[in-house]
Design a protein around this ligand. Structure first.
Ligand SMILES: C[S@@+](CC[C@H](N)C(=O)[O-])C[C@H]1O[C@@H](n2cnc3c(N)ncnc32)[C@H](O)[C@@H]1O
Length: 201
């Protein structure tokens, strides 16, 4: 399915979300919750570190058909990790914590401004922000990813990372970049979207 491009502008109504993006957020949410669930089945694990990267972050919010607000992928990630941590704690006696760091990369300045404004009013994002765990990076994924990989490497080989790469088309994430990340972060996982009309073309 092809994707129309979303644009955000401070002070303006966020773009109308399409069904494709709604479905994608559902998959993202379920994937992150399941990821944590699987890793926490062993009760001896009382914490783990996780880096979440949204390489094409967007403005962080949308308008729904009914005129409501729907959160974008950065906030979906933040909420999924909060909920997964709470679910893991509910299922065990010993306290469990996810030491999560979030990196949101976005190229377009206005989109970044709207994303930051959305993060500033979300209670869960505010709590992570207070712990210095949210990093909004302006620029292209290609240019900014190396510094994130370097930071994950400092956490040691156990450093787990999940990359959401929600690009338009299939031109912004060169396979060589993916290979490089995989070689340096053996435990990294990728959620990669691409427009099928681009593939057919
Ligand atoms: C499909 S939208 C992101 C939607 C977002 N992931 C969500 O689900 O809410 C793609 C975003 O990537 C940004 N973008 C385009 N090329 C980029 C690049 N090379 N690096 C980082 N961001 C880019 C666009 O400005 C746009 O905001």
């Amino acid at each position: 399915m092809g994707k129309s491009e979303y644009n955000w502008a401070p002070g303006e109504t966020p773009p109308l979300i399409n069904d494709h993006s709604l479905a994608k957020h559902e998959v993202l949410d379920r994937y992150l919750r399941t990821y944590v669930e699987v890793l926490t089945t062993r009760p001896v694990i009382d914490k783990f570190r996780l880096t979440l990267v949204d390489g094409f972050a967007g403005g962080g919010c949308y308008t729904t058909e009914r005129g409501g607000l729907h959160l974008g992928s950065p906030l979906q990630m933040i909420h999924a990790i909060r909920d997964a941590e709470a679910a893991a704690n509910a299922a065990r006696n010993k306290n469990f914590a996810i030491e999560a760091d979030f990196f949101f990369i976005e190229k377009r300045r206005q989109n970044i401004e709207v994303l930051e404004a959305t993060l500033r009013i979300d209670p869960t994002a505010i709590a992570y922000e207070k712990q210095g765990r949210i990093h909004v990076l302006r620029g292209s994924f290609e240019d900014r990813v190396a510094e994130i990989v370097a930071q994950v490497e400092t956490k040691g080989r156990a450093g787990r990372a999940i990359f959401l790469l929600d690009q338009y088309g299939y031109t912004n994430v060169p396979l060589a970049t993916l290979r490089d990340i995989m070689a340096r972060l053996p435990r990294a996982e990728f959620l990669l979207t691409f427009a099928t009309d681009w593939l057919i073309d």
